[in-house]
Design a protein around this ligand. Structure first.
Ligand code: OMP
Length: 297
């Protein structure tokens, strides 16, 4: 039986530090590397990143969109990369941002099942259809030791248009982002099921304290670009994926400003590291610079 994702993540972070590097082969980067925008170019880019980094960073996060745009040949490139990255000891977080009604969500969650051609350690999901719609993914993750990162406060400038919207459950009013965070806190709390009252923060914090901050397998996405942390992450019991560093303007100082010491943050960087390629030494040095800065913070 595979260890739960949260524990595997905690081990990987202890051994390699918290940095996640995103694999985003977008066209300007391919051009910068002197590669064609084709499945061949995609393969050379992806192989170079995996070869340079899968043995040293805790998490690699391939962005599925860049592979899907090349059809089945693009997906074949990603299948190979996911398997090789995992074999080299990196956890693979598939950036899929899927979300749909339960039966379809069940199929998306197959990415976490052993035997799936893209079998990954964790995936990103979107809660727009309601927290309950993600339950099949939670069940699959629990069954196979996988993890989920749910979009809560994303890094894009107009994210607050929806995520700040205030909703009422008849008892209290919370932002949409807070409903997402509270739901994920529930998933990290044993025995809680959708429909139960959301767990009391103090009880969840107690559990999180007992298990260690990264033990939960369910995390949220909160951008490093936020002006202020406008969701309460207390007692989340799982990791926070923080994108938006480098190319989107976020910095390690922003991480320090936004997240306290008790939060298990997995900072993720794509373009700012990838722009250093294709030289593997330069890629490793770029990742190392972020890792060093994070360690100092
Ligand atoms: O889920 C994500 O990873 C994500 C969430 C978010 O709020 N903002 C965000 O930029 N991302 C992803 O993180 C990566 C950011 O890339 P860079 O801006 O190049 O570091 C892209 O693959 C985005 O899709």
């Amino acid at each position: 039986m595979t260890e739960p994702f949260g524990r595997r993540l905690a081990d990987a972070v202890a051994a390699r530090g918290p940095l996640c590097v995103g694999i985003d082969p977008h066209v300007p980067l391919l051009e910068r590397w002197g590669l064609p925008d084709s499945p061949e170019g995609l393969a050379r880019f992806t192989d170079a990143v995996v070869d340079a980094l899968a043995g040293t960073v805790a998490v690699l996060k391939p962005q599925l969109a860049f592979y899907e745009r090349h059809g089945s040949r693009g997906l074949a490139v990603l299948e190979d990369a996911v398997a090789r990255a995992r074999a080299a000891g990196a956890l693979v977080l598939l950036d899929a941002k899927r979300g749909d009604i339960g039966s379809t969500m069940d199929a998306y969650a197959d990415h976490l099942r052993p035997g799936h051609p893209l079998h990954s350690d964790a995936m990103t999901v979107s809660p727009f259809l309601g927290p309950g719609s993600l339950q099949p993914a939670v069940d699959t993750a629990r069954q196979h030791g996988g993890g989920l990162f749910v979009l809560a406060r994303t890094s894009n400038p107009d994210a607050g248009t929806l995520q700040h919207a205030v909703v009422s459950d008849g008892v209290r009013q919370r932002s949409v982002a807070q409903v997402v965070v509270d739901t994920v806190r529930g998933w990290n709390t044993p025995g809680w099921v959708v429909g139960d009252p959301l767990p009391d923060v103090a009880a969840a914090r107690d559990l999180a304290g007992r298990w260690g901050p990264t033990t939960g397998s369910f995390g949220v996405v909160v951008g490093a670009t936020l002006h202020e942390l406008d969701v309460d992450l207390d007692g989340l019991g799982g990791p926070v994926l923080a994108p938006g560093l480098g190319a989107q303007g976020g910095s390690v100082a922003d991480l320090r400003r936004l997240f306290g010491a008790g939060t298990a943050v997995v900072p993720t960087v794509s373009r700012d590291v990838l722009a250093a390629g294709p030289d593997p030494m330069a890629l490793r040095a770029a990742a190392e610079r972020w890792a060093t800065e994070l360690a100092a913070a």
